[in-house]
Design a protein. Structure first.
Length: 326
């Protein structure tokens, strides 16, 4: 008789997250926080602990490690998932734990001239990816995970697959990027054909699509728009694949470009998305349209950009500007 040992706690956490189709990043984050929680309390099993231990752990994060409120809330979300979904403990103290209050921050926005300078200081695929961050309002990984089939040159649009909240959306393909993107894809296609002739040419497919369509991973439409320069061997499938560019490549390129132009702002890849929304509103775009392009669930999230328009707070004129020149 085959008596298998029960799965370990962290394996149960992974299984529950995968059942709910949570992203790999969420899985890594939640497992990491649960592991830290267990180690913090001397490897005691979570079923033996409760509200007091969770509060002590969260307090230590804030006081000893000085983490941000968003980081503290992510740790709490991981622990609530553990107790409610994995351990199935419907305990009243779970609802009584207070989340840290996240401060409202005004987003960093580049001027149009600053955007031009940063893009001018970049080249190659990182420059093209950064242009899409600004021109289409994409998040960092949304741009890097684009596949060939997601770019529609005829309709001048980009389809974002499984964005934040596992939602698809359609955004614009800027005309300023169209020609360079088409030329870039010609180079990528030549590389893909060379890979295919060498017995490679595969990419990772979402979910179980690879089992449903075994040859799809080698088709042109499924290739990454921004592939890496090197291939890797995927042991489970025995396939030689290419991954998309790692986010650190684009992050480093943007950081160096901002520094080289002497821009005194803490500008990151996400700053291009903030600038996209702000500049659209400055040009008179409807805020609901901007909401749809950004993929925000609530328009209140998009409203934050009305506070950084190039017209002063609330678009009013300072009384100092009405003083006569002395």
């Amino acid at each position: 008789m085959d008596v298998r040992p029960p799965p370990r706690l962290l394996d149960r956490v992974r299984a529950e997250l995968r059942t709910r189709h949570c992203s790999l990043r969420t899985e890594k984050a939640y497992v990491g926080w649960i592991r830290r929680f267990i180690l913090f309390h001397g490897k005691r099993h979570p079923s033996e602990m409760g509200a007091e231990e969770i509060t002590r752990f969260l307090s230590a994060l804030a006081i000893e490690r000085n983490v941000a409120a968003s980081t503290q809330n992510q740790a709490l979300s991981a622990l609530l998932f553990l107790y409610k979904e994995v351990l199935a403990q419907e305990l009243p103290w779970l609802d009584g734990i207070v989340r840290a209050k996240t401060p409202a921050r005004i987003p960093v926005v580049l001027t149009r001239e600053e955007v031009r300078q940063v893009l001018a200081a970049m080249d190659g695929p990182p420059r093209l990816a950064a242009l899409l961050l600004y021109g289409a309002g994409l998040r960092l990984l949304e741009a890097l995970r684009l596949r060939v089939k997601d770019v529609d040159f005829q309709r001048n649009q980009i389809i974002v697959r499984s964005g934040k909240g596992a939602k698809d959306r359609v955004t614009m393909l800027p005309a300023a990027a169209g020609r360079d993107l088409a030329k870039h894809l010609e180079t990528v296609r030549e590389q893909h054909l060379a890979d295919t002739r060498a017995g490679a040419g595969w990419v990772e497919l979402p979910w179980a699509l690879g089992r449903k369509y075994p040859a799809a991973g080698r088709e042109w439409i499924w290739q990454w728009v921004f592939p890496t320069t090197r291939t890797y061997f995927h042991v489970a499938s025995s396939q030689r694949r290419r991954h998309h560019l790692h986010e650190s490549v684009l992050q480093r390129a943007v950081r160096e470009a901002v520094r080289s132009k002497g821009i005194l702002k803490h500008a990151t890849c996400h700053t291009f998305r903030h600038s996209f929304a702000t500049h659209l509103l400055e040009d008179g775009a409807d805020i609901r349209t901007v909401q749809e392009l950004l993929g925000h669930r609530d328009v209140s999230t998009t409203m934050i950009y009305t506070h950084v328009l190039n017209r002063g707070p609330a678009g009013v004129l300072s009384p100092a500007d009405r003083l006569p020149i002395v």
